[in-house]
Design a protein around this ligand. Structure first.
Ligand SMILES: *Cc1c(COP(=O)(O)O)cnc(C)c1O
Length: 362
């Protein structure tokens, strides 16, 4: 057999998660975030599968990959342009842009473009991108006076939406509201508003406005620090699987893997599985991280290496070379693996390496 490390992407589950988002937001439009190759799921396949009102990407290159694949839906550059010359491409490929600096406003004014849809970004407390509330009116005015803007969507981004009870959420939303009403008093025609990422979409109806921007939830991972409520179950879209490629019996005192950092306490049966950090399995996953072997939960043992891991299958009957192993998917979720490894589902999903073969199913 060839190297058995594979990802399966289930497009039916992706669509079901999207439908859940749609149901929760009523009349709001949905911008499906497909940056970073759709969080590692394949941006073209995801964009083809989802009837989203728009797609969000991180760069012109990501946008062009979708346009080249025939995606005609609106595409928003979530970080805006990185150099003034990119504004021409925005026009040429019918993209929409986030504008969060005075230089980006200037680039738009200086470029021969018409009818650009601008997502004007307000910094309400994330302190990463966006105009300060005191400074945004000037930019709004310059954009409208330029005669080059078709429509403006006022947007902002939560810093603590994963923790729904965090006081910053209400504070950011309030500042967004207040700034929006000050701006709209001076600004005709009115603009749409957008604030919610996945976590806010799921927990904070007041943040839905006209446009929501879910990313992670579409892929079936949990964007909240705590558990999802029962009625908001998401379906994991990605399954990372491999196979047992060797089996050995260890005696008490014998170690597994580099550094021998796990040592058998009793006679143990160890399966070697063809997956490692060279595939995107987290190197920091500790002993005890759950791994499914033949559908049964087992424990990772020993250090994760580039191409292989060890799994303690002592409790399983009849494990054989070639047996199926699931690293994350339905029964061991990517959230669970991320938690063990001290990281987030976002990082694990986007980190799957190109050498892993991808398969799509409906
Ligand atoms: C990435 C991103 C999102 C999506 O965030 P999730 O937590 O994955 O839902 C939404 N808005 C902006 C501006 C982003 O950059």
């Amino acid at each position: 057999m060839s190297r058995p490390t594979q990802v399966t992407i289930n497009l039916a589950k992706l669509k079901a998660n999207f439908e859940l988002a749609k149901r929760l937001v009523g009349n709001a439009q949905v911008l499906a975030v497909v940056k970073a190759n759709a969080y590692g799921h394949g941006a073209v396949a995801v964009a083809r599968a989802l009837p989203a009102d728009a797609f969000g990407v991180a760069s012109i290159d990501e946008a062009l990959a979708l346009r080249d694949a025939g995606i005609t839906a609106p595409i928003v550059l979530l970080g805006g342009i990185f150099a003034a010359r990119e504004m021409m491409q925005v026009a040429r490929h019918d993209l929409q842009v986030v504008v969060h600096t005075a230089d980006q406003v200037q680039a738009l004014i200086d470029t021969a473009v018409v009818d650009v849809v601008v997502w004007l970004k307000l910094d309400t407390g994330m302190h990463r991108l966006g105009f300060a509330p005191e400074a945004i009116l000037e930019s709004l005015q310059r954009l409208t006076d330029s005669g080059k803007v078709a429509r403006i969507i006022l947007m902002s981004h939560f810093a603590n939406a994963d923790d729904p009870d965090h006081s910053n959420n209400a504070r950011q939303l309030q500042l967004f509201e207040r700034t929006a009403s000050l701006l709209s008093a001076d600004h005709r025609p009115p603009f749409a508003k957008s604030m919610a990422n996945s976590a806010a979409l799921l927990t904070r109806t007041a943040s839905h406005y006209e446009w929501v921007r879910p990313g992670l939830m579409l892929y079936g991972a949990n964007p909240l620090l705590g558990c999802l409520p029962e009625h908001l179950q998401l379906l994991p879209v990605m399954t990372l699987r491999s196979r047992v490629v060797a089996i050995r019996e260890l005696l008490p005192g014998e170690g597994v893997g580099y550094g021998g950092q796990w040592i058998a306490q009793r006679k143990s049966l160890i399966a070697t599985v063809a997956v490692g950090y060279g595939d995107g399995y987290p190197r920091h996953a500790p002993n005890g991280t759950p791994v499914l072997v033949n559908g049964q939960r087992c424990a990772l043992v020993g250090r994760v290496s580039m191409d292989f891991i060890g799994v303690d299958v002592s409790g399983l009957a009849g494990v054989n070379i070639g047996d199926e192993v699931i690293l994350w998917g339905d029964d061991v979720t990517v959230d669970e693996v991320a938690q063990h490894a001290g990281t987030l589902a976002y990082e694990l999903l986007t980190g799957v390496q190109p050498r892993v073969s991808f398969h799509y199913e409906d």
